[in-house]
Design a binder for this molecule. Structure first.
Ligand code: PLP
Length: 376
């Protein structure tokens, strides 16, 4: 059996262990400490000089605290891109609110601005209330059409949460993903472009909101010698040990993005002659993707994406269908949906190829050889 090729596995840079060792040497083994502060600073520097960052236990926690701070509660409605991972939508339910799902546009695979506008108008007509927030996702690292989405959101006075969990290092018109909405969400899960072994961050230009995020994430303890609470708190802060891994990873972020983009270019070149395979592609120079995962759509009368996936699996290569849209998930059965069949078709025909920054040239050759065999 050939060695396993993973879809996206952790890739350490070398400095991580020094930060972790320092945490041990100084006994900062807690969800606070110098690595947490340092990691937040490193992220802010990488994104923009105008943002602040709160390091949290997960990207999901960051989404949850964004909704809490936008006062999303029982009976409210929140618009969410349907084509995404369930973590984008689950926190809507944590708050007792109702998700309203919206289709994708064919070029970015992200939220379709026209379907968004339809959804907003229809919800206001039906319920007499504006949706409380819009969750837009930069899927697989590809930035969403943010100019149009932010314009629509502003016109209706609805705040935007950018789920940039897959898009650290991506840019739209030169602006970092995660810094264009009212809140941005990052993830440092083990499979993302860089990892803290697990973790996330909430980003905002509103420094007070980030200060408040840290307060909420550490049990919302009021300033008193005893434990005094006037808010419901959460235990969502990042561990100082994990933040040490994150600091080491931030030092190699640019290199990891370059490597994933190089993987993407390799696949394009190696599969160029197979017309039935098309790639998720930056629509213009306004879009810069970190190419977290290289994703393809397979449109062939006989060969399906499932044929390719199973063929690769036989050679110990992990690939995966694209995200199954939220409006087709049993858990969100009955949630309102606006749009057509773009997301559904992507799910039916799309495949994620192994994309780790630690893939070797021979790994990439093995994957493309496997894909090519399916068309012979
Ligand atoms: C990974 C991911 C998240 C969640 O991040 P965690 O750190 O795993 O909680 C949210 N949204 C999207 C689109 C993701 O890919």
């Amino acid at each position: 059996m050939n060695p396993k090729i993973w879809l996206s596995s952790p890739h350490m840079g070398g400095q991580e262990f020094e930060y972790v060792k320092e945490a041990f040497d100084t006994n900062w083994i807690a969800p606070l400490g110098p690595n947490v502060n340092g990691f937040e600073k490193d992220i802010a520097i990488a994104l923009s000089e105008n943002v602040e960052v709160a390091a949290l236990s997960a990207g999901t926690a960051a989404l949850h605290l964004a909704l809490v701070q936008l006062d999303v509660g029982y009976g409210d409605e929140v618009i969410c891109q349907s084509m995404t991972f369930s973590a984008s939508a689950n926190p809507i339910k944590y708050q007792g609110a109702r998700p309203i799902f919206v289709d994708s546009e064919p070029d970015t695979w992200n939220m379709d601005p026209r379907a968004l506008e339809d959804a907003i108008r229809d919800r206001i007509l039906l319920t007499g209330q504006r949706p409380k927030a819009i969750i837009v996702v930069h899927l697989y690292g590809m930035p969403a059409n943010m100019d149009e989405i932010v314009t629509i959101a502003r016109r209706h006075h609805i705040p935007v949460i950018e789920d940039a969990a897959e898009a650290l290092g991506s840019r739209y018109k030169g602006i970092a993903a995660g810094t264009m909405g009212n809140f941005g969400v990052l993830s440092f899960n083990g499979n993302k472009v860089i990892t803290a072994s697990g973790g996330g961050a909430l980003v905002s230009r509103d420094g007070d909101a980030i200060q408040h995020t840290r307060f909420l994430a550490t049990r919302a303890r009021d300033a008193a010698p005893h434990y005094q609470h006037s808010h419901i708190g959460y235990n969502y802060r990042m561990s100082n040990v994990c933040a040490g891994i994150g600091r080491g990873q931030m030092a190699v972020l640019a290199d990891r993005v370059a490597q994933r983009r190089a993987n993407n270019q390799y696949y394009r070149d190696a599969l160029r002659d197979i017309e039935e395979i098309t790639f998720l592609t930056e629509p213009s120079s306004d879009y810069f993707s970190n190419c977290w995962l290289t994703t393809v759509v397979v449109e062939h009368p006989k060969v399906t994406r499932e044929d390719i996936r199973l063929h690769l699996e036989k050679d110990n290569i992990e690939s995966r269908p694209l995200w199954k849209p939220m409006h087709l998930q049993p858990v969100f059965d009955g949630a309102p949906y606006y749009g057509g069949q773009v997301a559904e078709q992507l799910f039916n025909k799309g495949l994620c190829l192994p994309s780790g920054s630690n893939l070797s040239e021979s790994d990439l050759e093995r994957v493309t050889a496997g894909v090519r065999q399916c068309f012979e």
